[in-house]
Every structure is written in structure tokens, then in C-alpha cells.
Write a protein that binds this ligand. Structure first.
Ligand code: GLU
Length: 471
């Protein structure tokens, strides 16, 4: 029987779920799904000063919104501190680790000497082979791992290939602090082992940590999980991702009107490719995903590409889903007018959506495009639309009103035929008639086709809006 694939997402709860973290979670989740395995969630909350419950919740909410479901209950790394300590003591017993009694002053001195001699500032191993009976009284030691001398640690990485680290460049790092708390390096390894993690997919900023973690796996005789270190996301200008570049929490993307499917699609493309496919669903990604398709080169975050993909996902989405998303966003942003309008005109909005979808790149744009449906008379006319309402165009509007009043069959096709005929009769291009009508009916210069707009609004409301503009 082949071993069950287990991946994990291991965020530190010190802020929101940022897009880099979301992408890491996505790759772990997709790989587990593809392989019929599980993705576990481990909250790396050992930094008590910086870890908050709010950040923990933001990570869970962010994952939920993206539709990334973790298997089982989240594991708190902090709650496992006793187990981490136990392993460090076991390593002392087996001779793979040792107690070090150096004082802070000694360590400072060590660093300064190394620097003065032009060597990298490393721990010099003075307690590595010391006789424990020489231990000073009244000092709580740290525990350091005995990194094997003059060996090579090779990280076999699915993205980076084989990366070799010489052990003489890794000093005997601390695994348990003098207050008995584990270091990150130890906690990660013990947790990954105890959680039966088979594959670690994370940012390539962790690559050098991996060499140290392999020393711990080896000391314990534990199998080293498969590794895939994914290049970090950079800004559009190639610099480290900052807020200005889009290094925001996924909730910020929700509030900007991105669909989770689009954000997932975009994040996936930033680090993984499947031929030339740009647009895909998460189901397709699960079908196509392969660790070897992860890109080695750094990627650049590009808002324009994200918006274009979002537009495509909006076009493909079901109106009922979009309606729900629009309403949730209006509520989240506390746009009372939109909430009332959406709730009061659900059927009309559902009918209008197929016309609105191709015109919007974000859910916010969709909301704005839908506003004409529940706009109240007198309509607010957007500034750039006002030039279409002049004495001359008001005359045209009033003539159209008399024609429309006689129309029995209030359907876009019939309205279309009537207005085309009218334009021909008065020898004006259709646009010259349609645009003032559009402005009078919607207050905007951009909307679905003016005949569709009238169909959606119905005869009474359409005529009332037109009349209001000539009064
Ligand atoms: N907690 C670490 C971070 O947020 C991740 C550790 C890991 O994936 O091993 O960067």
C-alpha cells in the first residue's frame, strides 16, 4: 500500500493571511487533494508576544473564503512545547545534542573574536565535548544540536533540485532555550514528524532552515519529508513584495471585489504553470497539478492580470452566485443603499446579470453597474453623463415617450424596433437617440443595451424616469 500523502500549512498567527501564505496553502491543499491525501493546519503560535487570536481567526477566515479546507482540527504548536522539550532531552541522551552553559557575555565575546579574525560569527562548540561534571552551578543551560562535522546535507527539492549545504557552515544551533521552550527549528521538525507529514511545500526563504531541520530529522532517525521550496512573490517592479505591490491580506482582495476562484487562479499561475493555460478552475488545477510544474523563477504580482482574470471568472460565474457575492460585499462594506436595492430587486438583478457580467472586472464594478436597477427618481446623473441631457435631447426624449406610451408589447426587441424606426423617421443616428435615453434611464453613460435596460425596468418605471428628465 502506498503511503498516504500528508501536507501541511503552517502559518504564524502574527497578521492576516497574506497572499504569499494563501498561495502556499493552495499548493499544499491542491497537492493533497490530487493525491487523495490530507492537508493539515498547524498554527505556529510559539511567539507568544506576536501571536494573536485575531490573526488566528483571520487565517481561518481567509482559508474558508478561498475554499481551502484543512483536514482535522488545527494543531497549536505552542501546546506541544512539552513534546518538543522531551525530544531535545532524548537527543541529549543519545549524544546527538548537548547542554551548553555559555553566558550571554561569553557568546558576545565569541562573536567579536570571530569577527576580528575575519570568521563568520558562529558558536565555537566549546560545550560540545565538555565533561558535564564541569557544568557551572546555578545556570540553566540551553540545548544545542551536535551538527555532524565535515558532512554535506543535500536537500532534494522538487523545485530547487539538489541543494547542498556543508555542515561546517551550520553551527551547533540551539534547539531548547534555557527557559525550557523549544526553538522554531526543533518545533517544526517534531511537529512535521508527529503529524506524519510526507510533503513540505513552502516559500524558498525557508531553504537554509531546511538544511538545519534535516540535521534534526537525521539525529532522530526520522524520514525526511519530500520538499518543495517555492520562489517568493515579488512586486511588479521585481522588488520584494510590499503593501503597495499587493502584499495585502486576502480579505483586502475580497473587499476590492475579487472572486476567490479568480484569486486562486491568479496565485496558482504565480508559481505554477500548466502549458499556456491562464484561466482555470480549482477543479482543473487539482486535475493538472504536479509538484514538478512549480516554477523555479521568481514571479511578479501584477494587478492588471489579476483584474483581467477576475473579469473572466465573473463572466463564467452563475448569476445566483454573483448576486449572493454582491449582497455579501455590500453588507461587509456597509453600503445600505445597495443592500436595500439588491434585496428589493433580486429577480430583476438576476435577470440583468448576464448583461452586466461581461462589463465588470470586479464585484464592486458589478455593484455599480447594477445600481441603475434600484436607482430612485430623481436619478442622480453622473457628471460625465450630464452633457447628454440638453434642450435638444430633451425634445427627442419627449417624442420617444409618446411613441413608447403606445407600445403594448414591452420587450427589448419591440422597443428596439420602435426606437430604430423613430430614429430613421427623424433622420438621426440610433446612438444620438439611445445615449440620451440611457442617461435619462440610468444616470450613466455605461450600462447594458438601452432596450434591455427598459425591458428590465418595465414600462412604468422606464416612462417615469424618462418623464422626470423632461419635467
Ligand atoms: N511558520 C512559518 C512561516 O509562517 C512556516 C514554517 C514552515 O512552513 O515550515 O513562515
Amino acid at each position: 500500500m502506498t503511503k498516504k500523502i500528508i501536507t501541511r500549512f503552517a502559518p504564524s498567527p502574527t497578521g492576516f493571511l497574506h497572499i504569499g501564505g494563501a498561495r502556499t496553502a493552495l499548493f499544499n491543499w491542491v497537492y493533497a487533494k490530487k493525491m487523495g491525501g490530507e492537508m493539515l493546519l498547524r498554527i505556529e503560535d510559539t511567539d507568544r508576544a506576536r501571536s494573536t487570536q485575531a490573526a488566528h481567526q483571520a487565517i481561518i477566515d481567509g482559508l474558508n473564503w478561498l475554499g481551502i479546507e484543512c483536514d482535522g482540527e488545527p494543531v497549536s504548536q505552542f501546546s506541544r512545547a512539552d513534546r518538543h522539550a522531551e525530544i531535545s532531552h532524548a537527543m541529549v541522551q543519545t549524544g546527538h545534542a548537548y547542554k551548553c552553559y555559555c553566558s550571554p557575555e561569553e557568546l558576545t565575546q565569541m562573536r567579536e573574536t570571530a569577527r576580528a579574525e575575519g570568521r563568520p560569527p558562529r558558536y565555537d562548540g566549546r560545550w560540545r565535548d565538555a565533561d558535564p561534571s564541569t557544568a557551572p552551578m546555578g545556570i540553566d543551560p540551553v540545548i544545542r544540536i551536535k551538527v555532524p562535522s565535515d558532512k554535506e546535507i543535500i536537500v532534494h527539492d522538487h523545485v530547487q533540485g539538489d541543494v547542498t549545504f556543508k555542515t561546517q557552515n551550520l553551527d551547533d544551533f540551539i534547539i531548547l532555550r534555557s527557559d525550557g521552550t523549544p526553538t522554531y527549528m526543533l518545533a517544526v521538525v517534531v511537529d512535521d514528524h508527529d503529524m506524519d507529514v510526507t510533503h513540505i511545500i513552502r516559500g524558498d526563504d525557508h531553504l537554509t532552515n531546511t538544511a538545519r531541520q534535516i540535521v534534526i530529522f537525521n539525529a532522530m532517525g526520522w524520514p525526511v519529508p519530500d520538499m518543495a521550496h517555492v520562489p517568493l512573490i515579488h512586486g511588479a517592479d521585481g522588488a520584494k513584495l510590499s503593501k503597495r505591490h499587493g502584499a495585502l491580506g486576502v480579505d483586502a482582495y475580497r473587499k476590492m471585489g475579487y472572486l476567490p476562484a479568480a484569486l486562486i487562479n491568479y496565485l496558482a499561475r504565480l508559481g505554477w504553470s500548466h502549458g499556456d493555460d491562464e484561466f482555470f478552475t480549482i477543479e482543473q488545477m487539482v486535475e493538472w497539478f504536479d509538484l514538478d510544474g512549480l516554477n523555479k523563477g521568481a514571479s511578479r504580482f501584477d494587478f492588471v492580470k489579476l483584474a483581467n482574470l477576475n473579469g473572466q471568472h465573473i463572466r463564467e460565474a452563475e448569476p445566483a452566485y454573483l448576486y449572493k457575492t454582491m449582497l455579501a460585499l455590500a453588507k461587509e462594506l456597509d453600503e445600505q443603499n445597495d443592500v436595500a436595492g439588491l434585496e428589493g430587486h433580486k429577480e430583476t438583478i438576476l435577470k440583468a446579470l448576464p448583461d452586466l457580467q461581461p462589463r465588470a472586472k470586479t464585484v464592486l464594478e458589478l455593484l455599480s453597474l447594477a445600481q441603475f436597477i434600484y436607482a430612485q427618481i430623481p436619478l442622480e446623473i453622473e457628471e460625465k453623463a450630464q452633457k447628454h441631457l440638453t434642450d435638444d435631447t430633451r425634445i427627442i426624449i419627449s417624442q420617444v415617450i409618446s411613441k413608447l406610451e403606445t407600445l403594448e408589447d414591452w420587450q427589448p426587441d419591440a422597443i428596439n424596433a420602435l426606437i430604430r424606426q423613430f430614429s430613421e423617421d427623424i433622420d438621426l443616428k440610433l446612438g444620438k437617440v439611445a445615449q440620451p435615453l440611457r442617461v435619462a434611464l440610468t444616470g450613466r453613460t455605461v450600462s447594458p443595451g438601452v432596450f434591455e435596460v427598459m425591458g428590465l425596468l418595465g414600462k412604468n418605471e422606464s416612462l417615469a424616469r424618462l418623464k422626470n428628465q423632461i419635467e
